[in-house]
Design a binder for this molecule. Structure first.
Ligand code: ZN
Length: 318
């Protein structure tokens, strides 16, 4: 299956923004958009013979072409988003695989945030302060003092923050975050600043771990790329294209030759050329899927390309 582009999907959120320029050519007087989904189940394939299908329909039909043999997932293992927060998101927690499966979902949600941009003073909340107990968390939810128990991180452009399942967390305004997460729908909202959205207090407490591995991750800098994070479920890399390079050269050390990858242009644009498919443009902030069975291709920098590459890490490989 040849590489194809996916149409980003703009998702309304109360805490979002009415103007996404210059990141996306989108503005509105109506409801704010908080999340741009790059690979959601409902996102549409934009190019090639499968154009117009949802990603979930394509995965359901052609999972082996996309993921390679034996991967065994009927949907995209990764959900990629760009988060535009004008207000504070809820304080929330996601379940791990085991807890998600108890509630009938295929997988939990470990995620990470890469800061594409950040204003001075931008912060996020990530994990509980040392010594905070579940009773203290419960008290904070009811008394509106939960923020006092949260570990706060300053965010600068280029930071990578890892947030494993079970970590109490909240995205706050001031940064534009590229989010990579396990493709899972379960968010347990703990506290929402009095907004009328539903809370899931008991489930959130069940999912909460008092200590986790969450926090900033230093990039592992190699000669041709920086590995921003290499975790249990995903690897995110920033790859120098410098003119052009082959698809094969994008593979990391020890990575199987035939697996799914997604490419994202954090800045600039590129073009993919290969046998059996029309030249495929990767526009700024656009995303291209590279199926496991993709023909050989070359990616060329069309000017200022800042290429981010995402691959699923299956638990057995990590
Ligand atoms: Zn989250």
């Amino acid at each position: 299956m040849a590489p194809f582009r996916i149409t980003p999907r703009f998702v309304e959120r109360v805490w979002g923004s009415k103007d996404l320029r210059p990141w996306y050519d989108w503005q509105s007087d109506g409801e704010p958009v908080g999340e741009v989904w790059l690979t959601g189940d409902e996102c549409l394939v934009e190019t090639g013979p499968h154009a117009g299908q949802t990603l979930s329909a394509l995965f359901a039909r052609a999972s082996e072409d996309l993921l390679g043999s034996g991967a065994g997932a009927p949907d995209s293992p990764l959900l990629l988003k760009v988060i535009f927060a004008k207000g504070k998101l809820s304080v929330q927690v996601h379940p791990d695989d085991k807890l998600a499966q108890k509630y009938g979902q295929p997988r939990g949600k470990t995620e990470c945030w890469y800061a594409l941009a950040a204003e001075p003073g931008a912060q996020v909340a990530c994990g509980l302060k040392a010594g905070v107990t579940l009773d203290k968390v419960r008290e904070g939810i009811h008394e509106g003092t939960l923020e006092e128990s949260l570990n706060v991180l300053d965010v600068a452009a280029g930071n990578m923050i890892f947030v494993d399942a079970g970590t109490v967390h909240a995205i706050w305004p001031g940064s534009i975050l590229l989010e990579t997460q396990q493709n899972c729908d379960l968010t347990y909202r703990m506290y929402d600043y009095g907004r009328p959205r539903e809370l899931h207090i008991e489930k959130s407490l069940e999912a909460t771990r008092l200590t986790t591995k969450a926090g900033k991750v230093a990039a592992h800098v190699l000669s041709d790329r920086s590995i921003l994070v290499d975790a249990e479920y995903f690897r995110v890399e920033r790859i120098a294209v410098q003119g052009s390079r082959t698809g094969a050269s994008l593979l990391g050390a020890g990575e199987p030759a035939h697996g799914l990858a997604y490419l994202f242009a954090a800045a600039g644009s590129g073009i993919l050329c290969g046998d059996g498919f029309e030249p495929l443009e990767l526009p700024a902030r656009g995303v291209v899927a590279i199926p496991a069975t993709s023909p050989q291709f070359v990616i060329e920098d069309r000017g200022g390309l800042d290429l981010i590459r995402f691959t699923p890490n299956w638990p057995s490989r990590a």
